[in-house]
Design a protein around this ligand. Structure first.
Ligand code: GRF
Length: 192
């Protein structure tokens, strides 16, 4: 049997602001033997983010900085990312907009998951918009992050049918389930 030697997982940071279900899912994925990534840092702009509990649970470093002064926060994070040798950033429900400079420093190495079929419905309230517009399908997108909001190159998308009974809440649940499959698949695609 050929043994793969020298395979090193790419050190990854996940940025969150809330529940962190995508974070938890990515941590699980990172622990699979052939996963291309390891999760080595969790960053949040708020101490209230429920997802920070996964830091203790999975023994992963966490860092919180409020973004009240975004320049200061970004400088601190960049420092830490370099110190920890982080090579990929996954945004997962991160509610702050990163500056052009920050993105330039990590160009092509920041990805995001967005709960719509981009380029449709950039920004917030995607499920409300999809239902109000009587769309038949919603979905989610993993894309590279550029300075323009929700506009970078698309890596993978998954459609989700909207039923007549769907509310923004029920649709969000259905889409989130698909997000949990899509994000790992998109990461595998990046490294293939
Ligand atoms: C997800 O719907 C994601 O697409 C969006 O924010 C939500 C985060 O959910 N960007 P969670 O914190 O990962 O549970």
């Amino acid at each position: 049997m050929v043994k793969l030697t020298g395979f090193k997982k790419v050190k990854t940071a996940v940025f969150i602001s809330g529940t962190g279900s995508n974070l938890k899912n990515l941590i699980r994925f990172s622990k699979i033997k052939n996963s291309p990534i390891s999760i080595d840092l969790i960053f949040s702009n708020t101490i209230k983010a429920k997802g920070l509990r996964f830091s203790d649970q999975f023994n992963i470093k966490q860092y919180v900085s409020s973004f009240k002064d975004s320049k200061v926060s970004e400088a601190k994070i960049l420092n830490l990312l370099n110190k920890e040798n982080i090579k990929l950033i996954c945004l997962a429900g991160f509610m702050k907009i990163l500056s052009k400079n920050f993105i330039k420093d990590f160009s092509g190495k920041i990805v995001n998951i967005h709960p719509s079929l981009l380029p449709k419905y950039k920004g917030l309230d995607t499920h409300i918009k999809a239902i109000q517009n009587k769309d038949e399908v919603a979905g989610c997108t993993v894309h590279f992050v550029t300075a323009k909001l929700d506009s970078g190159k698309i890596i993978l998308q998954k459609e989700v049918k909207i039923s007549e009974k769907d509310t923004p809440t029920s649709l969000a649940k259905k889409v989130l389930r698909q997000e949990h499959r899509l994000y790992p698949a998109a990461i595998k695609k990046i490294f293939n």
